[in-house]
Design a protein around this ligand. Structure first.
Ligand code: TZD
Length: 537
């Protein structure tokens, strides 16, 4: 049906005195509700101010932010969203997994169904749905409208792996002398924790959790090789990746990290890769045994193939890993126990580590450079999907958006460990934390700047160095302006007391944790990615 015909049909329907009329506003709300979406993260304003009012009136949670970017970050972890005007479709297209525009009220149902399916099926990703202002005021016969809505059936369908691919993977795994499993965030997203645990424990293979797979098995699990990472990566002969990509976070599967001679040299490992996207295979090195399918189906198929008489990895491999682990853990324990003044990352994170251990259901949000890298390696996670961080792209500014959404959706306490620079990208949202009275404890690791606070302007001019902030800034005062709890902590004991109190009270809290301005390193753990000047004088 063409646009004109459709408008005529709608008009004639609305002329019927008996028929009820609805409009674009309500259709969008109904389509979202029909699909179980109960929370919107956004920012009201033309043309969606009334929409936000109506959505709230219709029983949805409408969480308003101070900046759309932060609403977007919130929606990113909850897979729900809402946006503004301009030709945003064109802007969003290259950045999103899919982008659609709905022009007619009767297409709202299709548009929302398509957006939901595109977002959650296959490899999940953000989807942009463009709803122009004029759509909201369009009217429609209420009964035709309700028939136009679609409840998505099986939005993320299973993708069963081929049996021969599973067989190939098992044979390769069986041949390994020094096998290793790497768990990525795909493994955590799949929500098949029992099957993954059973695969790890039945095979007895040591594993490494990537950042957001931490806690999928408790980080204290005896098969975790995280504390011996730099030993197992170059030494392993067969590596099975489960929902983990061989991207820069894993040095692209080659180079010195993997025992290669230089940064492009292959270390000689064979790879089994389990991923929902076939395109992921061979993206950086050869994948000897690709297994394409959803993680749940793939892991179940592997478990079935393993049977009951699987031979555990050679004892000398396990012993060598255990020795490295013990040594590194003991060394780290010494470092954590020190009590320098001012605090450094280690002495502050020793506290965070204990707090997370005592509150394993709390959600840990994390961004920064040193603040990110040290937290990832020091703070053990005990339950799946409790750690949210900057992820693959390392985008600063996710902090408060993630924290708001994590608190709203899970209703668990949230702890956000933030570098002072990272916090600045979304810091205004502390007002949002206070407005909704969310149980979020923000800890700003304040070392006076980006990475550290010690740079000086080499010209001797009046400006400070580009990486340096106002020294001794009191971020805790920010939240006090909105009625939240602000704490200035200069020792681990003060930090511990403030964090315990924040968890207990569930009040929005910001702790300004003073960290030695010389404690960080340039770019945290990825100093080597900085281009070096070739200038010679
Ligand atoms: N802008 C955005 C949106 N993302 C980025 N990753 C950067 C800039 C560059 N960047 C990093 O990669 S980490 C970081 C920036 C600005 C902040 C590091 O300082 P911090 O953390 O205070 O947050 P530490 O603990 O002092 O290192």
């Amino acid at each position: 049906m063409g646009t004109v015909e459709r408008q005529v049909a709608t008009a004639s329907m609305t002329n019927d005195a008996q028929s009820q009329v609805t409009d674009g506003f309500h259709l969008v709300i109904d389509a979202l509700k029909l699909n179980g979406i109960d929370t919107i993260f956004g920012l009201p304003g033309i043309p969606i101010t009334d929409f936000t009012r109506m959505a709230q009136a219709a029983g949805m949670r409408v969480i308003s932010f101070r900046h759309e970017q932060n609403a977007g970050n919130a929606a990113a972890i909850a897979q729900q969203g809402d946006y503004e005007e301009m030709d945003q479709l064109a802007i969003a297209k290259p950045l999103c997994k899919a982008a659609f525009r709905v022009l007619q009220a009767e297409d709202i149902g299709v548009g929302i169904a398509r957006a939901i399916r595109a977002a959650v099926s296959g490899r999940p990703g953000g989807v942009y749905l463009d709803l122009p202002a004029k759509l909201f005021a369009q009217t429609m016969d209420a009964s035709a409208a309700s028939k136009s809505l679609i409840k998505v059936v099986d939005p993320a369908p299973r993708q069963i792996p081929a049996q021969d691919a599973v067989q190939r993977a098992l044979e390769l795994l069986k041949s390994a002398k020094r096998p290793l499993i790497v768990l990525g965030k795909g493994a955590a997203y799949a929500q098949v924790d029992t099957e993954i645990k059973s695969l790890i424990e039945k095979t007895g293979i040591p594993y490494l959790p990537m950042s957001m797979a931490k806690g999928l098995l408790p980080d204290t699990h005896e098969q975790s090789a995280a504390a011996a990472r730099s030993y197992v990566l170059p030494e392993a002969d067969v590596v099975m990746l489960i929902g983990a990509r061989l991207n820069w976070l894993l040095s692209h599967g080659k180079g010195k990290t993997w025992g290669g001679k230089d940064h492009k040299d292959w270390g000689g490992q064979k790879f089994i890769q389990i991923d929902i996207s076939a395109q992921e295979m061979d993206s950086n090195v050869r994948i000897d045994a690709p297994v394409v399918g959803d993680i749940g189906s793939c892991v179940s198929a592997l478990l079935a193939g393993i049977g009951s008489n699987w031979v555990k990895p050679p004892a000398d491999w396990l012993r060598a890993i255990a020795e490295r682990k013990d040594k590194n853990v003991a060394k780290m324990a010494d470092t954590l126990a020190k009590n320098p003044a001012p605090m450094n990352f280690h002495s502050a994170l020793n506290v965070v580590r204990d707090i997370i251990k005592a509150n394993p259901d709390a959600i840990l949000v994390n961004e920064g450079a040193n603040a990110l890298d040290f937290t990832r390696s020091i703070v053990d996670m005990h339950k799946p999907r409790k750690r949210l961080d900057v992820g693959t792209w390392g985008i600063m500014g996710i902090g408060m958006g993630f924290a708001v959404a994590a608190a709203v959706v899970s209703r668990q306490p949230v702890i956000a460990i933030e570098g002072d620079s990272a916090f600045g990208f979304s810091g205004m949202e502390v007002e949002t934390l206070c407005r909704y009275n969310l149980p979020v404890c923000v800890v700003v690791f304040n070392n006076n700047g980006v990475y550290r606070g010690t740079d000086v302007n080499p010209t001797g001019g009046p400006d400070v160095a580009p990486t340096v902030f106002v020294k001794g800034a009191r971020y805790d005062k920010l939240i006090e302006a909105f009625g939240g709890v602000g704490v200035h902590a200069t020792t681990p004991a003060e930090l511990r007391k403030a964090m315990e109190e924040a968890i207990r009270s569930r009040k929005p809290t910001l702790i300004n944790a003073v960290i030695d301005e010389a404690a960080g390193t340039e770019s945290g753990r990825i100093t080597s990615l900085n281009p070096k000047s070739g200038e010679k004088k």
